[in-house]
Design a binder for this molecule. Structure first.
Ligand code: IPM
Ligand code: MN
Length: 355
């Protein structure tokens, strides 16, 4: 298969982990005889410095012309807590999601047996936890009308029926392909937008008789994902709740550095780690490349390259089993591997014919 892939490395640790994501794809291309053509483009703080825009028109064009986007991370401390900053790197990511119509963010949460002890949660609670959070990505408070002056500020949590219907459809369809259990997470006891979500989900339920659908308030869900993670199969929720919930659920896997995601919708699909740009670690060969590499696996699977995706996943599993790990998940006294070494080990494993 021939795929055109837009490569957006962004800021902080982005370029380092992206190199390893691309190395994994190159290894897949070599092993399975595919052709992946990469086109790099700037975004985030990088792009603000270069052209004054965190998601320049040129980058948008590259994304639109590609079959898929592999994205790393954006964000830079120069812009944080700086009320005078007119434009922020994060706006680039939000503009990209909006302009490409990427309304469905798919964030799988799974455990690795050899890392169960790395989670702050009890091992016996985690065993077998395997669910996916479908986060609405282009609506809600992130994009609703905003206002700020010295005495008053607001963000509007707005959702329309078509926006809710399309994300619920993704969620029901995902549940049909999995264990057929959907949990709609909202705050319908307080928020009008949540009540509309719930109403529409109830209207859609009869179209999916095979799916068991339940409803949970976000505050309760925030507790249940930690006290009973095996309860969940598919969670669907609005933008802000999904953002918060998926940082929380990364504790289940044991490290933010292991969490991939896919953002799907109207135009080119995008694959990115759940974590951010970790500027303090930039250039130090410390960042875990696995979330980026697993995002590449999701990219492959999106195009039906399931053997290829499985091969990448086996390589990641093998690296973790072999203690080829970055410091945040290394066993005490274990060998020291950096971003480059972990990435190289995984790429080599993929290339080996017997793997
Ligand atoms: C995420 C990030 C982004 C978000 C930030 C960087 C704007 O936290 O992808 O989860 O809030 O959506
Ligand atoms: Mn987030």
């Amino acid at each position: 298969m021939k795929l055109k892939i837009a490569v957006l490395a962004g800021d902080g640790i982005g370029p380092e982990i992206m190199k390893q994501g691309v190395a994994a794809l190159d290894a897949v291309a070599k092993r399975f005889g595919h052709q992946f053509i990469y086109q790099e483009a700037v975004c985030g703080a990088h792009a603000i410095d270069e052209v004054g825009d965190p998601f320049p028109e040129e980058t948008f064009k590259v994304c639109m012309a590609a079959d898929a986007i592999l994205f790393a991370a954006v964000g830079d401390p120069r812009f944080d807590n700086n009320p005078t900053a007119k434009v922020r790197p994060e706006q680039g990511l939000l503009a990209m999601r909006k302009k490409l119509g990427l309304f469905a963010n798919v964030r799988p949460v799974a455990t690795f047996d050899c890392l169960l002890h790395k989670s702050p949660l009890k091992e016996e609670l985690l065993k077998g936890a395997d669910f996916v959070v479908i986060r609405e990505l282009t609506g809600g408070m992130y994009f609703g009308e905003k206002y700020q002056d010295n005495d008053k500020a607001y963000d509007t949590d707005i959702y329309t029926r078509p926006e809710i219907e399309r994300i619920l459809k993704v969620a029901f369809d995902t549940a049909m392909k999995r264990r057929k259990h959907l949990t709609v997470v909202d705050k319908a006891n307080v928020l009008a937008s949540s009540r509309l979500w719930r109403q529409i989900a109830k209207e859609m339920e009869p179209q999916y008789p095979a799916v068991t659908t339940d409803y949970m308030f976000i505050d309760n869900a925030a507790m249940r994902v930690l006290t009973e993670p095996t309860f969940f199969d598919v969670i669907v929720t609005e933008n802000t709740f999904g953002d918060i919930l998926t940082d929380e659920t990364s504790c289940i896997t044991g490290s933010m550095g292991l969490q991939p995601s896919a953002s799907l919708g109207e135009h080119t699909p995008l694959f990115e780690p759940v974590h951010g740009s970790w500027p303090q670690a930039a250039g130090k060969n410390l960042a875990n490349p696995v979330a980026q590499i697993l995002s590449a696996a999701m990219l492959l699977e999106h195009f039906g390259l399931n053997d290829e995706g499985a091969c990448v996943r086996r390589a990641v599993d093998a690296s973790l089993e072999a203690n080829v790990r970055t410091p945040e998940i290394q066993v005490a006294g274990g060998p020291d591997y950096g971003t480059v070494e972990v990435g190289r080990w995984i790429a080599d494993y993929i290339t080996r014919a017997e793997s």
